[in-house]
Design a protein around this ligand. Structure first.
Ligand SMILES: NC(=O)C1=CN([C@@H]2O[C@H](COP(=O)(O)OP(=O)(O)OC[C@H]3O[C@@H](n4cnc5c(N)ncnc54)[C@H](O)[C@@H]3O)[C@@H](O)[C@H]2O)C=CC1
Ligand SMILES: N[C@@H](CC=O)C(=O)O
Length: 362
């Protein structure tokens, strides 16, 4: 059976959840998908780095609390993350990048992705920074090195928005996208609507694994700004920079505003959109809107998100599902790995030393 060796860069909520999926459901997934997964390297700012080219035993790591994990002292472990060395030198097929999203310049994740592609490794990432800010250049680099970069989780976590647009809406003219694209802010607005305190709702979203490391990115709309850029660039063929996307978050909306809106049959939502103009340009923005209760996006509650595509032949097509969550986002990485397998199964068979003949195992 074919096997892919993975290097996990960042071992927080999402990559830990991917490791859990592999540890708990690896055999079942292998039967269903026709390939096996093995983790050969992990790096993390806090835990350090751990390498075992024969495959890391994940169970003891997953039994240790996230804040307690330290690789120093383990065989193959080091207190330093050694990202560049691990990404470039450890023999892995796929690098799963899930470090913090940096909305300013995407670093250091842009470098992580670049090192991996230059080393001829496929990349799957949930990190919005590299995709929104340097996506075009990184995709070109991937093509030059004959590898793939996949990033379904960068928009709506595991809900397949980008792949739906790419694969299932081809042939349609998409004229715009609009949606609720941040699980944390949508969760907070709902909790405040139910009477909770804003700051307490932020803390809840953090505990549930929805929020960014710095939740300002969720609350002030930076996260949606990056997602709007990704959608506009991928789906509308734009080349937007952050300054092209008007941004306003939800921090200016008070509990009173939310209550008044409910009394009037309205619901506050943080809405991101990108619309193609008649001159071919794209207008993009993120801002809170008080939507009438019968608006299709008004009923999208909690960490649920939705993206509506405006098309010429089908009218509006909406994809809805989880917008955040550790396991939901780990699924995005799995779906990326499946996409890589589907695209490169034959090259992997020809060139990889990680192909194990079924016959050898009886
Ligand atoms: N949690 C979610 O629902 C979703 C998260 N994402 C994105 O996925 C990425 C990961 O998210 P989470 O796992 O939730 O975040 P997290 O904050 O739980 O984990 C990030 C991990 O990366 C590590 N890290 C940060 N910088 C590093 C560096 N330079 N080198 C090595 N390790 C580093 C941190 O120590 C931390 O353990 C983020 O970019 C986030 O924006 C995307 C979609 C949904
Ligand atoms: N913090 C983000 C996570 C996914 O991108 C969100 O809340 O949507």
């Amino acid at each position: 059976m074919r096997r892919y060796d993975l290097a996990l860069i960042g071992f927080g909520g999402v990559n830990r959840a991917l490791a859990e999926l592999i540890a708990e459901r690896g055999d079942e997934l292998a039967d269903e998908l026709g390939f096996a997964l093995r983790v050969v390297a992990i790096t993390d700012l806090r835990a350090g780095s751990l390498v075992d080219v024969e495959g890391i035993d994940l169970a003891p790591l997953l039994a240790t609390g996230p804040g307690e994990l330290a690789f120093a002292g383990m065989e193959g472990g080091n207190a330093d993350p050694r990202n560049e060395w691990v990404i470039r030198e450890v023999p892995a097929d796929i690098v799963a990048e899930a470090t913090f999203t940096n909305p300013a310049d995407g670093e250091p994740a842009v470098s992580h992705v670049r090192w991996a592609l230059e080393a001829g490794k496929h990349v799957c990432t949930t990190n919005k920074g590299p995709v929104a800010l340097r996506g075009r250049e990184l995709k070109e680099l991937a093509v030059r090195h004959g590898v793939s970069i996949e990033f379904e989780g960068a928009v709506l976590s595991g809900t397949p928005v980008l792949r739906t647009a790419e694969r299932l809406l081809s042939g349609l003219r998409i004229t715009g996208v609009e949606g609720i694209m941040n699980g944390t802010s949508n969760f907070i607005l709902g909790r405040v609507e139910d009477g909770a305190d804003f700051e307490a709702a932020v803390k809840e979203a953090q505990d549930l694994g929805y929020a960014e490391a710095d939740p300002t990115a969720d609350v002030e709309g930076h996260d949606v700004q990056l997602k709007v850029m990704i959608l506009a660039n991928e789906v509308l063929g734009a080349d937007l920079r952050p300054e092209d996307v008007f941004r306003e978050g939800i921090s200016g909306i008070t509990a009173e505003d939310i209550k008044d809106a409910v009394d009037k049959g309205l619901r506050w939502k943080l809405v991101g959109s990108a619309t193609r103009r008649s001159d071919g340009g794209v207008d993009a923005r993120v801002a809170p809107m008080a939507l009438p209760a019968d608006h299709p996006l008004a009923g999208i509650a909690g960490p649920l998100n939705a993206v509506a595509f405006r098309t010429d032949l089908l009218g509006t097509v909406t994809v809805s599902g989880p917008g955040a969550g550790r396991i939901e986002t780990a699924y995005a990485l799995l779906s990326d790995i499946i996409a890589i397998h589907q695209r490169h199964a034959n090259d992997a068979a020809a060139s990889s030393g990680h192909v194990v003949e079924e016959a050898l195992h009886g």
